[in-house]
Design a protein around this ligand. Structure first.
Ligand code: BV8
Ligand code: ZN
Length: 254
């Protein structure tokens, strides 16, 4: 326990009054959701995730991109939150006023008990029309996509019959303003920010831990690897989220 969670980190969490927990793909890795660093598989193995997650890719080949998001929605529905997600919900329960800010488009934080995570990059569960933005119903039932994925023609909008698109933020698209502002507000007024499972390379999301540090909060990073956030963090906990976060909660409050 001691080496995984130095007492300094436990003390910072125990003394915190307003905590922001900033997460990326790494917190869902141990649930079986590939990170953006992991190579794509099946139908998409020859593609780079950042290239597929663009309006241009959807324009060029809507069935390929819609198929990819349906495959990811199916996977997210089949897997379960892990001990990392559960520890985040435990911190929120312990420290009222805490806020989860996630780059993830899965719903594992919610299923672990986090009441209202701020999804900076949208969600796999809120499709809308690519033309008039009219919210579209989720295709009924779990997305039972073949393991290797398949091309899937996006449904048509009920209002203008244009193709429906996933409710995520693609590269080159602006983040939902109100959500991003709430995240910046939370980061600028917290006394501890935990950054978990993110490479800190995608902007403007990666500014959130830096805002917290700039406003005097302590920063703890949980990541098995080094990232550009290392110098921003007061404590770097090198290990997998599903092991480190429960140990941190245990060390802080038991
Ligand atoms: C915009 C939704 C402008 C879709 C996503 C400034 C500098 C440079 C570039 C830019 C800049 N500002 C803007 C840009 C361009 C771009 C950008 O940042 N490019 C990067 C690549 C350089 N940003 C944008 O395009 C943004 N939009 O700027 O719009 C604008 C403004 C106004 C008006 C119009 C336009 C939009 C960015 C959002 C894109 N959408 N997701 C989808 O999911 O399909 S981003 C997506 O990738 C994720 O949401 C996430 O944000 C990112 C992946 O990062 P991570 O989550 O950190 O995951 P990653 O795989 O990288 O790393 C995993 C980490 O976990 C690793 O460190 C690993 O060590 C660790 N790990 C692994 N296992 C574990 C673990 N940790 C703990 N436990 C484990 N078990
Ligand atoms: Zn429409």
């Amino acid at each position: 326990m001691g080496d995984l969670v130095p007492s300094e980190a436990a003390t910072l969490l125990r003394q915190a009054r307003r905590v922001v927990i900033f997460t990326g793909a790494g917190i869902s890795a141990e649930s079986g959701v590939p990170t953006f660093r992991d190579a794509l598989t099946g139908l998409w193995e020859r593609f780079d995730a950042a290239a597929l997650a663009t309006p241009e890719a959807f324009q060029d080949d809507p069935a390929l991109v819609w198929g990819w998001y349906e495959w990811r929605r199916g996977l997210a529905q089949r897997v379960r939150p892990n001990a990392g997600h559960e520890a985040v919900a435990a911190i929120e329960a312990r420290v009222p006023g805490s806020v989860v800010v996630t780059q993830n488009v899965d719903d594992l934080h919610e299923r672990a008990g986090s009441p209202a995570p701020l999804h900076l990059h949208g969600s796999l569960f809120t499709p809308r029309c690519s033309a008039c933005a009219h919210p579209a119903p989720l295709p009924d039932g779990p997305a039972d996509e073949p393991a290797d994925g398949r091309r899937a023609t996006p449904p048509g909008c009920a209002r203008c019959s244009a193709p429906v698109r996933p409710g995520v933020v693609w590269f080159g698209e602006a983040l939902p303003e109100a959500v991003f502002e709430s995240a910046v507000e939370a980061a600028s007024s917290c006394d501890l920010l935990l950054t978990v499972g993110t490479s800190g390379l995608v902007y403007p999301a990666a500014e959130i831990p830096q805002v917290a540090a700039r406003f005097g909060a302590a920063v703890i990073q949980v990541n098995p690897q080094e990232t550009p956030l290392d110098p921003v963090a007061d404590v770097n906990l090198r290990g997998p989220a599903a092991r480190v976060l429960p140990a941190l909660v245990e060390a802080a409050w038991h």
